[in-house]
Design a protein around this ligand. Structure first.
Ligand code: ZN
Length: 402
């Protein structure tokens, strides 16, 4: 087996009607080969960095006899595979990538070249989306049902809201950043117990300040989901970003707490599992923006489409998390962050599967100092400067890694 150790992530659910067993995982001649005893539906592969691993998801397959040679992780421990997919994880002693993936003509085996690469090359390759492979059509098992995918109903408001204006250089090749001022219209968001200032006004002022600074940089184009005091359901907010094919979506908010001492900014990215109880509570509160008089304006729209939240979102979520860390780093000079500033929770507004998205809680409106800072022109400039710097570095990195 050389430098590789095979781990199998087994599924603990009953076998589907059609499934090939993975009979063997073999190494030799710089190749890795998976053998099946029956047809499988397809395969996909991607890299996981730190520790370096290669993951192979075999759709419509059971771990089978290969089970004997491997170690098992309980389902989900590796972040992962759905009920009809078996994940084979190659733990790498040295960085390597797969290439030339091909199924045999009868669909019963799958072979890759295993190429040693430098650590830097591996890291770059790990940022790429997964590679999908399919057996020859006549030797392909029926695609498995994705029983473990989470289907989120997405209301498609009718008529679709008009797309906002794009500001900045008239160069369509420049990245487009969509800034979303949280709340608006009959949804005021949180309200300061000291000054009565409303979150919806603060977020709009911040969004404008961020837009102005980004435009001044000359490096990106910018659009605001709202540039006045209007109500948008959460799906319309990220829907605008998706329809405009935005490269980055930043939803701007201000937090609130019963504890008036609580202060500092935090940045949230999407996860089905919240990083802590407070993050889960905040997501519940922010998601309530859709519910007016008990009617959920997002989910109950007559024309309902859906977005599958599954592993295809992994890449987007990684880019979002990278940007969240960068934003904290770049904005820390001018504003205060909480100690564990990057958190995760299930925010509806972050659920565009293909647009890297963060929710920026710029501070606590319930805290006197934070509220004054966020309502002041000086504070807004500092927030905007942090966002601008992070955005510039973010896109410079993206270009460098292409
Ligand atoms: Zn909010």
């Amino acid at each position: 087996m050389g430098p590789f150790l095979v781990l199998l992530a087994a599924t603990l659910t009953p076998a589907p009607a059609i499934a090939g067993d993975i009979r063997a995982v073999e190494f030799g001649n710089g190749e890795v080969t998976l053998r099946f005893d029956d047809l499988v539906a397809g395969a996909s592969t991607f890299l996981l960095a730190g520790p370096d691993r290669i993951a192979l998801d075999i759709a419509g397959a059971e771990p089978g006899a290969a089970r004997g040679g491997g170690r098992y992780r309980p389902r989900g421990a590796s972040g992962a595979a759905d009920a009809d997919t078996t994940r084979v994880v190659l733990d790498l002693a040295q960085p390597a990538i797969l290439s030339d993936g091909r199924f045999a003509a009868d669909g019963r085996s799958l072979t890759f070249r295993l190429n040693p690469v430098s650590a830097g090359e591996f890291e770059r390759a790990a940022r790429r989306p997964r590679v999908e492979l399919q057996p020859p059509v006549q030797f392909r098992a029926k695609p498995p049902e994705k029983r473990y995918s989470v289907t989120i109903p997405i209301g498609r408001p009718k008529p679709a809201v008009a797309l906002p204006r794009i500001d900045g250089p008239a160069n369509p090749r420049l990245p487009l950043v969509v800034i979303d001022a949280g709340h608006g219209g009959h949804d005021p968001g949180a309200i300061s117990p000291h000054s009565g200032k409303r979150e919806k006004d603060i977020t709009l002022a911040l969004a404008r300040a961020i837009r102005d600074d980004l435009i001044a940089s000359g490096r990106v184009r910018v659009a605001l989901t709202r540039s006045d005091d209007r109500y948008l359901v959460l799906e319309e907010r990220f829907g605008i970003a998706r329809r405009m094919k935005a490269d980055l979506f930043i939803s701007v908010h201000a937090d609130a707490s019963e504890n008036e001492q609580a202060n500092g900014a935090s940045i949230y990215t999407l996860s089905e599992v919240a990083s802590d109880r407070e993050a889960a509570r905040l997501a519940t509160r922010e998601n309530k923006a859709n519910i007016i008089n008990g009617v959920d304006l997002g989910a109950h729209s007559s024309d309902v489409s859906s977005i599958l939240l599954d592993l295809t979102q992994r890449e987007t979520m990684n880019v979002s998390a990278d940007f969240a860390r960068l934003l904290q780093r770049e904005a820390s000079d001018g504003m205060k962050f909480r100690t564990s500033a990057h958190r995760f929770a299930s925010f509806v507004v972050l659920k565009a599967p293909d647009t890297p998205s963060v929710l920026f809680e710029t501070g606590f409106i319930s805290n006197k100092g934070d509220a004054e800072f966020l309502a002041s022109a000086d504070g807004q400039k500092k927030v905007a400067r942090g966002v601008r710097d992070a955005v510039q570095i973010h896109f410079a990195r993206q270009i460098a890694s292409q």
